[in-house]
Design a protein around this ligand. Structure first.
Ligand code: AMP
Length: 396
């Protein structure tokens, strides 16, 4: 997979109409529909400002929620247009449709330095189905396509990949940052390269482990997925998460790591509980976990072992929490890992989703080199998969 893609800096934007795919999939209050975090809108500002300053006319578009091809007024992008306008300090013209008469008329009249926003792309079923006519209609409004929604580049949708069949396609500043930092980490990492994987399920991360076994010097496994590996090593794991159908795979991976000389670290102690609850009493267990208990977090010895293993690393990639960090009593291992990354001096990359929110919630975000904005997308990136929304961009 080539991550070296042309960016907005590589094209003359003056007087051009630019179709800009943004990630305005903001969280909303269920009752009022009010935007509860404008982080994603704020993140889009640098690319938008650059395009406008260069004299482009910007036709922004995004999805919001999961309307699945239905016109759901609750999921209109109108509140996003309003917030975007406040943040930019200029009018954001809002289209009443996506590729309909209103959008087309407004796009045709759009002047350099002006910005408009189309209505929620997923109100039309052809967006997620990558309908060629829908992609062409989007593309026909513009002369250049800029992709800046990293969270959706693993999807081959009309606005993320389809439009690139009709327009020259460039990355925006957000996508470029993801590609250059994560791409480099995977292609040419500063060594030692340590991968830290956690979260609930082995099955979700099999392809990540397969890919990283070829690249990393050390693989650290924590979280619920660690117990299937412990069981594969012959330990008792009590009521802990187990994927019995992955035991052979886990055995193979441990053997493969050994054969390749990749260090493969698993928890040596665990904070356990008799029930999956925030109020459960933590019990520290080393070795075999008794029949009535389940592993909820890595223990202090493991935290220390893992912290030692990331010390002196050149590059660290982390995806998935070390325990049930949503419960305060079982957030210690995840917190210790976040701190170890923050203090490592390495290039540190935290994959999206739960580990990203853990790092933010625990206050270590500013000490991490890069926190990916795409949960599913960054996981597929770590799997080494070809991402349709990246593959379609022009090579440098
Ligand atoms: P993932 O989406 O695969 O990264 O998994 C994240 C989820 O894994 C979080 O909601 C955690 O609460 C959960 N998790 C982490 N460790 C454990 C564990 N030991 N037992 C059960 N769930 C866990």
């Amino acid at each position: 997979m080539n991550y070296n893609k042309k960016t907005v800096y590589d094209v003359d934007l003056k007087g051009k109409k630019v179709l800009l795919r943004c990630d305005f999939n903001v969280p909303q209050d269920k009752e009022t529909g009010a935007i509860t975090s404008d982080k994603r809108i704020v993140a889009a500002i640098p690319t938008i400002k650059y395009l406008l300053e260069q004299g482009a006319a910007v036709i922004a578009c995004s999805h919001l929620g999961k309307p699945k091809g239905e016109w759901k007024t609750k999921l209109t992008l109108a509140p996003v247009a309003k917030r975007l306008s406040e943040l930019l300090g200029q009018e954001v013209i809002f289209a009443a449709d996506i590729i309909g008469e209103d959008a087309q008329a407004k796009a045709a009249a759009l002047q350099p330095g002006q910005i408009m926003l189309l209505e929620n792309l997923r109100f039309d079923i052809r967006e997620e189905k990558n309908g060629a006519d829908f992609a062409k209609a989007l593309a026909d409004m513009a002369e250049i396509f800029v992709s800046d929604a990293f969270g959706t580049v693993h999807r081959a949708h009309a606005s993320t990949a389809g439009v690139a069949a009709y327009l020259p396609a460039y990355s925006g500043l957000l996508v470029d940052k993801e590609l250059s930092i994560m791409g480099k980490a995977l292609d040419d990492p500063k060594r030692p390269f340590v991968a830290v994987l956690g979260g609930a399920k082995v099955s979700d991360k099999i392809n990540v482990i397969n890919n990283l076994l070829e690249k990393a010097d050390t693989i650290i496994i924590g979280g619920g997925m660690a117990y299937t590996f412990k069981k594969a090593q012959g330990y008792e794991i009590g009521q802990s998460l187990l994927e019995a159908d992955r035991l052979d795979y886990a055995k193979d991976m441990i053997a493969k790591a050994e054969a390749k000389g990749v260090k493969f670290l698993l928890p040596v102690d665990n904070l356990c509980a008799a029930e999956f609850s925030a109020d459960a009493e933590p019990v520290l267990v080393e070795g075999n976990i008794p029949e009535n208990l389940m592993g909820m977090d890595i223990g202090p010895k493991t935290s220390q072992l893992f912290a030692e293993a990331v010390k002196g690393a050149g590059t660290i990639v982390w995806n998935g929490p070390m325990g049930v960090f949503e419960f305060d009593k079982f957030a210690g291992g995840t917190k210790a890992m976040a701190q170890a990354l923050a203090e490592s001096g390495a290039v540190t990359i935290v994959g999206g989703g739960d580990s990203a929110s853990a790092v933010e919630k625990l206050g270590f975000a500013s000490k991490i080199t890069h926190i990916s904005t795409g949960g599913g997308a960054s996981l597929e990136f770590l799997e080494g998969k070809e991402l349709p929304g990246v593959a379609c961009l022009l090579d440098k």
